[in-house]
Structures are given as C-alpha cells and as structure tokens.
Ligand binder design. Structure first.
Ligand code: NAD
Length: 415
C-alpha cells in the first residue's frame, strides 16, 4: 500500500521486529491487516443533491479476540491512514492485555460542514454497508476525531434494528443512557494524568506543585488538565486551535472550560495571558502533554523541549526523527502514546464487558480498575526498557508485538 503514514507504521514495526528477531513467517503474519474494507455511500444532502462518500474499515488481526477501534470523520481520511491507525491500535490493545485486535475506520468527509441530518444519513448508510463485517464478537467501533456519542447511538440503532433486538455491545463510547459506561468520557484524559504522575514519581519530582503544559483542550486535553489540577499540579499553559494561554500560578481549569463553552476556544481567557502556541511547547515545565494533533514534536523542536516528562495524549504526536533526538538527550521521560492514551480503549473494554454481562459499574469501580490496568502496563514497560536497555517507545511496541506473535505461534496456521 502506497501511503506515507502506513509506511511509517510498517517501518516502526520492522525496526521492533528486527530487535525482537521475530521469525520471518510470524513477522509477515503480524504485519499485514487481515481485512481492508472500502465502501462507497451515496447520501442525500439537505439541498437535494446526492454525494458519494468513501468509507474504510481496517481490521488488523482477529487472533486475540474481536477487533476494536475508533471511527474517524475527517476530509483527509484514506485507506493508508486507517490501516496505520489500526496497526497502532493493535499494539495498544496487546500492550494493555485487552482481549482485542486493533481496527480503525474512517469516512472522508468534513463533519463541521455537514448538518446533523446529513451526518446521521451518512452514519446509517455506512453501518449498513459494513454490517456483514461487524458484530460484538467481531468488530466493535468507538468515537474518534469528528465522531461522538451521538454517532455511536445511530450505529447501535441500525445494528439493533437489523438484529431484531438491542445490541449495545456493537460499539463503545455511546451515551450512558444507552448502556454506555460511566467514566468513558474522561477515561483517556484521566489515564494521561495518571501515567504522567507515575512518571514524575519515578523521577522523584513531587506531583504537588509540578508544572504542566497541555496542547489541545478537547476530550483528552481538557480531562487531562482537570485531573492533573485535581492532583495538585499547576497547569500553567494550555493551547487549542484558537491560541494559547498562560498563567504562572496555574490556570483555573473550571473557569477555562466555561470560557471555551462560551467562546469556542481558549483564546482571550481572562484568567491568563496570551502566549505563542509554538513557544508554549518550549516553556520549562515538569510535564508536557501533546493532546491534539499528530507530528507536533519534530526534529525542529525536540532538542529545545524543556519538560521532564513527555506524556503523549494524542496518537503519534512525535515523529521518528524527534524520537531519536529525545532518546539521545536522555533527560526526557517519555510516556508513549500506546500507554499514555490507552485509558480510552481500556474503559471501552469495560463498557463492552458490562454490555455483555448486562451489568453497570459505578464511576469509582471503573476508575479503580482503569488505574490497576495502567499501572500493570506501566510497570511492564519500565521493566522491559530497563532489562533490554531500549527506549520507552520501543519497549511499548515490543511488548504489544510479542503478545500478538505469541498468540499466532500458539494457534498455529490454518489449514
Ligand atoms: P478533540 O477533537 O476532542 O480535541 C482536539 C483538540 O485539539 C481541540 O481542542 C482543538 O482545538 C485542538 N487543536 C486542533 N488543532 C490544534 C493546534 N494546531 N494546536 C493546538 N491545539 C489544536 O479530540 P480528542 O478526542 O481530544 O483527541 C485528541 C488526540 O487524542 C487525537 O490524536 C486522538 O486520536 C487521540 N486520542 C483520543 C482518545 C479519546 O478517547 N478521545 C483516545 C486515544 C487517543
């Protein structure tokens, strides 16, 4: 597949597979996606025209259980990007020891330019097109960029209508009223804050009063910021697409949430001063959380970072060149994305388990179980990195790949 982002995922895999000395046949079986489904969807727009949209679903492998992964609505979605994200999701589920393979889906569209009705018709048509390939024991979707709880509710409705009974386990990240899980909304940000503070503790830096800087104030960034503030940290800098704000004493996250709800972005927040968003990333701090876009820590700024912990809330915020610089420097504790933002998929797993059992857990139960699982993965990662003398990114990917490879060896080859 000729795609730069899929090429990057394959290159990362090959490097780790070399390091693990994976045998050739297992390597090939782990590397390539099991299923790549592309569908077209004619949708009637509000003005009466019909537009045909392209949608994709990639199921990387089904050896460890059903596949799990988000559904993204964005103009830049293509099969290569979806396949790369499915592959990364794979290693994340395996690192966390969740009984899932990785998947990802996406539709090339701009949801911000579409009415709710157009989004609903598109979502329902997509659900119908991929109906033969999904199921609560086959492929379970979740929200990602451009999709939300409402999108998941429409998917539940289409699937359940065809099944003839309610099947809430077909997706996660759905509304709590529709058997979504307590705690799912804040799970990713909570996991970011939890793993970042575990890193501070490892470095011997007191959490109370530690300075944090967060790029992105959406689902991940806002909950990471509020949780870190609750832990006693000073969140001094926050940026989003509108700009960046800074306060040496720590921003009031509750007030900032209210400001964003009213004005649509952090810019102009009276509880801080404006700062250049690029400069903000380079301020001296204890924890830096990129929680917005891919490829924001690059070879141009990696050498200039002045954080002690880099906690990757976003997927793929650090380029391979920047990774090499950070590893060479040796003074930045990296919490790699596959661990740092794994709180989302972990609570999605809890949601699925609750749906299958027709049970519902309290938020406290969910958060306690989440922290136990993150702690286990955090410890496994550090032990592997120390034992094998490798960086945290390599350690995280290697642990995930080893889990998948071992299952494939044990299951053998059909026929
Ligand atoms: P979101 O759409 O809720 O928020 C994105 C935020 O980034 C917004 O505040 C937006 O203004 C900001 N942003 C956009 N461009 C920016 C820029 N140039 N500079 C600074 N900020 C900018 O998305 P989200 O769900 O919070 O996801 C963020 C990242 O985390 C993505 O990489 C996503 O794949 C990853 N992630 C999300 C989850 C989850 O559960 N939501 C789980 C795992 C990983």
């Amino acid at each position: 597949m000729q795609s730069p982002v899929f090429g990057m995922a394959v290159e990362q895999f090959d490097q780790v597979a070399d390091f693990l000395e994976l045998e050739e046949e297992i390597r090939e079986r782990c590397k390539w996606p099991k299923r790549m489904i592309t569908v077209t969807m004619p949708v009637r727009l509000d003005d009466g025209r019909i537009e045909v949209f392209f949608g994709h679903r990639v199921q990387h492998h089904l050896s460890r259980g059903p596949v799990k992964g988000g559904l993204r609505y964005h103009p830049s979605v293509d099969l290569g990007e979806v396949a790369a994200l499915a592959m990364w999701m794979n290693w994340k589920c395996a690192l966390m020891r969740l009984p899932f393979g990785g998947a990802k889906g996406g539709i090339a569209c701009d949801p911000r330019a579409m009415s709710l009705g157009e989004q609903e018709r598109l979502t329902r048509r997509f659900a119908i097109e991929i109906l033969p390939f999904i199921g609560q024991e086959i492929d379970i979707m979740a929200p990602d960029m451009g999709t939300n709880e409402q999108t998941m509710a429409w998917l539940v409705d289409v699937y359940s209508t065809h099944a003839g009974h309610l099947v809430p386990g077909i997706v996660t990240g759905k509304p709590v009223e529709l058997q979504g899980s307590e705690g799912r909304r804040q799970a990713t940000g909570h996991g970011v804050a939890f793993t970042a503070t575990r890193a501070l503790e490892k470095l011997g830096i007191p959490v109370d009063g530690a300075i944090a800087v967060v790029q992105g104030f959406g689902n991940v960034g806002s909950y990471a910021a509020s949780t870190m503030a609750r832990y006693g940290m000073r969140v001094c800098g926050i940026s989003d697409v509108s700009g960046a704000v800074w306060n040496d004493k720590g921003l009031n996250i509750l007030a900032l949430n209210e400001h964003v709800a009213e004005h649509g972005g952090v810019a102009g927040f009276p509880g801080g001063e404006g700062i250049d968003p690029e400069e903000m990333l380079l301020q001296e701090c204890d924890v830096l959380v990129p929680a917005a876009l891919e490829r924001v820590i690059t070879k141009n700024n990696a050498g200039k970072l002045r954080c002690r912990v880099l906690a990757e809330g976003a997927n793929g915020p650090t380029t391979p060149e920047a990774d090499a610089i950070i590893e060479e420097r040796g003074d930045v504790f990296l919490v790699p994305d596959v661990l740092c933002n794994a709180g989302g998929v972990t609570v999605s797993y809890f949601e699925w388990v609750q749906n299958l059992q027709r049970m519902s857990w309290t938020e406290q139960e969910v958060m306690a179980k989440l922290e136990t699982m993150l702690e286990g993965a955090f410890v496994r990662l550090l032990q592997f990195a120390e034992r094998e003398k490798v960086g945290h990114r390599t350690a995280a990917l290697a642990l995930g790949i080893c889990e998948v490879a071992e299952v494939k060896r044990k299951r053998g080859l059909f026929p």
